[in-house]
Design a protein around this ligand. Structure first.
Ligand code: DAK
Length: 260
């Protein structure tokens, strides 16, 4: 194990947000088991922390993450891949209930791109490059790249990216709907944190269920998804935040959401 943290966590208590920064710059933040473990632990800890309502995951100016660590996988057998806890780690990311924003500058490749897509939304710096280059390594994406990318950008574009391994730039990613916005590199982290802070002013119960409902759109057909959404909607009427939100509107004041 490395002594230095490979994921650095900074909390902003006043804005109720946290920033998680990959710290493996020499390897372009390649996601080895330790990085993934630290990321999962930090996200789970923040998910359980009532003082934090939204998280941002970022890398550095050269890379969000250039993929899973190729050195770790190069000589692996299928059984090594199966026995390692890689899949469990990726499932842990999916189980985070609070909104998580990916703030991407530079390379966002392979598992890095899959991780960004597994989070809730992506803010890109102008320098961001998204790609699934696994085909160059004689494999295919294995952590959602053929599934989430296809849902995000459509079959033809996903096919081209997965079959050629060629990356797309931030503008193209924005045009295709893979990212929510493109900002100058020097403003990336502050922009993503400001977005997180805005989300953090909402009811944390409502943001949690909103995340669950939007994610359900990827997993359910329309009839099932609409029924699921309606159940979550009804459930919110059991919250103090729903009473507060509607009372505040009628009293023409700002709501104070407590997460109860
Ligand atoms: N793994 C390990 N090291 C990496 C790396 C990676 N993915 N990417 C870069 N590095 C290292 C380089 O080896 C180099 O190390 P030194 O030689 O300095 O020791 C250092 O980072 C700087 O890289 P370069 O010298 O190559 O820098 P350049 O600017 O010239 O090129 C690049 C940047 C991003 C174009 C290039 O580094 C590159 O092509 N990197 C590999 C990108 C790639 O193929 N990524 C996909 C990996 S496969 C799963 C979960 C996850 C996955 C699959 C399954 N399950 C849960 C089932 C994911 C798979 C993948 O991501």
């Amino acid at each position: 194990m490395n002594d230095e943290p490979l994921v650095i966590v900074e909390r902003d208590g006043a804005r109720r947000v946290a920033l998680l920064r990959f710290n493996r710059p020499k390897q372009l933040n390649a996601l080895n088991a330790q990085v993934m473990d630290e990321l999962c632990r930090a996200l789970e800890e923040l998910d359980a922390d009532e003082t934090i309502r939204c998280m941002v995951v970022t890398g550095n100016e050269r890379a969000f993450a250039a993929g899973a660590d190729i050195g770790e996988m190069a000589t692996a057998s299928p059984i090594d891949m199966l026995r390692g806890n890689r899949i469990a780690q990726w499932d842990r990311v999916r189980r985070i209930t609070k909104p998580v924003i990916a703030a991407v500058a530079g390379w966002c490749l392979g598992g890095g791109c899959e991780l960004a897509m597994a989070l809730d939304l992506i803010v890109a710096a102008e320098s961001a490059r998204f790609g699934q280059p696994e085909i160059e390594l004689g494999v295919i994406p294995g952590a959602g790249g053929t599934q989430r990318l296809t849902r995000a950008v459509g079959k033809s574009r996903a096919m081209e990216m997965v079959l050629t391994g060629e990356p797309i730039d931030a503008r193209e990613a924005h045009r295709l709907g893979l990212v929510t916005r493109v900002v100058p590199d020097e403003l990336l982290v502050e922009d993503a944190l400001a977005l997180a802070a805005k989300i953090a002013t909402k009811s944390p119960i409502a943001t949690r269920l909103a995340k669950e409902a939007v994610n359900a759109a990827f997993e359910m057909d329309l009839t099932e998804g609409l029924a699921h959404e309606r159940r979550l909607f009804y459930l919110l009427f059991a919250s103090e935040d729903q009473k507060e939100g509607m009372a505040a509107f009628l009293e023409k004041r700002k709501p104070e959401f407590t997460g109860r």
